[in-house]
Design a protein around this ligand. Structure first.
Ligand SMILES: [Zn+2]
Length: 351
């Protein structure tokens, strides 16, 4: 596919990996759904997530999966089989139910309703590595917990959405235990989507923090890439940052770009969004243009930046001088939108 012209950039925009597909969350029924009962029904689809934003997958025999993302922000895993999450079977659920009852798990914030497909309900569970080992002893399928950011782009759209909702809810329950007004222990409600304070009546909902991420082009349609001083040495991405309290999205784009690379941008346009549970961001993707290419780095955060043409970008990636954002990130979508074609990663040749 030839690179896109400026005028058709929006038309080549694919949805980010984690927001390709909308599942029916059945929000209107949450107040009436009893999660422990659903877990006892054989027809319920049950998924599992764990700490460190990992999701449970079946691995095809002989396929290896790379090291976890802690070592590399851009690591791309090999395909892992079907592109689907693992569905925990009835027999495996019986084992888990013996370790801790479904009612206790629900009340502890370890099981949540994830809506339905037609008449089939979905529930996600939080499981430990020890519990997974217990399941693995009784199944022939090779199972593995793998970080969402590592596999999100390789899951089918529906399962990527399920994994993302489950991971976001799981993190929220891990981090949210006490009322911020009166410090009373919160109680689970609405099939895992609300936490109620029994003392002051406050209701806590799972939230996402808006963050802007922006692909900046200069007058020659080059892209600005930046390196954060905390990243591995050859990893580059586009400019991003949290929206401050009381700030508009556009205001955040102008402020972040000004703070990090000292540029004034115009033609700020919203492109797409993606939830990103690191820790609980909603990434809002923009494009913008600047008249002058002379950036001034905020060296405390951004220690290197460069303008690249499409040909230069592809060459830098192919020669491994630049490691681009992973395929599950919205940053990779913004770059591909500018590029007009998928990023060809050196490791793709080995898949
Ligand atoms: Zn309270």
């Amino acid at each position: 596919m030839p690179p896109a012209s400026k005028t058709d950039r929006l038309e080549v925009m694919d949805s980010p990996a984690l927001s390709r597909y909308r599942i029916d969350l059945d929000t209107g029924c949450r107040q009436f759904v009893h999660v422990p009962s659903l877990l006892r029904e054989a027809a319920t689809e049950v998924f599992a997530v764990s700490d460190r934003r990992r999701v449970l997958l079946p691995l095809t025999a002989g396929v290896s999966v790379g090291p976890e993302m802690a070592a590399s922000r851009s690591h791309v895993s090999a395909p892992f089989g079907s592109g689907s999450l693992y569905r925990i079977s009835g027999a495996e659920r019986q084992l888990l139910g013996q370790l801790q009852s479904w009612e206790e798990r629900y009340q502890a914030g370890k099981a949540w309703y994830l809506g339905r497909t037609g008449a089939t309900s979905r529930v996600a569970l939080f499981i430990t590595d020890d519990e997974l080992a217990g399941i693995a002893e009784h199944t022939e399928t090779s199972l593995r917990l793998i970080p969402l950011r590592q596999v999100g782009a390789f899951l089918n759209g529906q399962d990527a959405a399920i994994a993302t909702h489950a991971t976001c809810l799981g993190l929220w329950h891990l981090d949210t235990n006490y009322c911020s007004r009166c410090a009373t222990r919160l109680e689970i409600a609405a099939a895992g989507w609300e936490l109620h304070c029994p003392r002051c009546g406050d209701i806590v909902y799972p939230r996402q923090d808006p963050s802007v991420i922006v692909a900046i082009n200069d007058e020659g349609d080059r892209l600005l890439l930046a390196h954060n001083s905390l990243w591995e040495s050859n990893f580059y991405s586009v400019i991003a940052g949290y929206v401050e309290a009381g700030e508009s999205l556009e205001g955040a784009v102008h402020r972040e770009v000004g703070e990090e690379v000292g540029l004034e941008v115009e033609e700020v346009r919203y492109l797409t969004s993606q939830p990103w549970p690191y820790p609980r961001s909603l990434m809002l993707g923009f494009s913008a243009r600047c008249r002058t290419p002379y950036f001034i780095l905020d060296e405390a955060e951004i220690d290197r930046a460069l303008w690249v043409s499409r040909a230069e970008f592809m060459e830098l990636v192919a020669s491994r001088q630049i490691s681009p954002p992973g395929p599950s990130t919205i940053a990779s979508n913004l770059i591909e939108n500018w590029l007009g074609c998928p990023i060809i990663r050196p490791e793709d040749h080995n898949l």
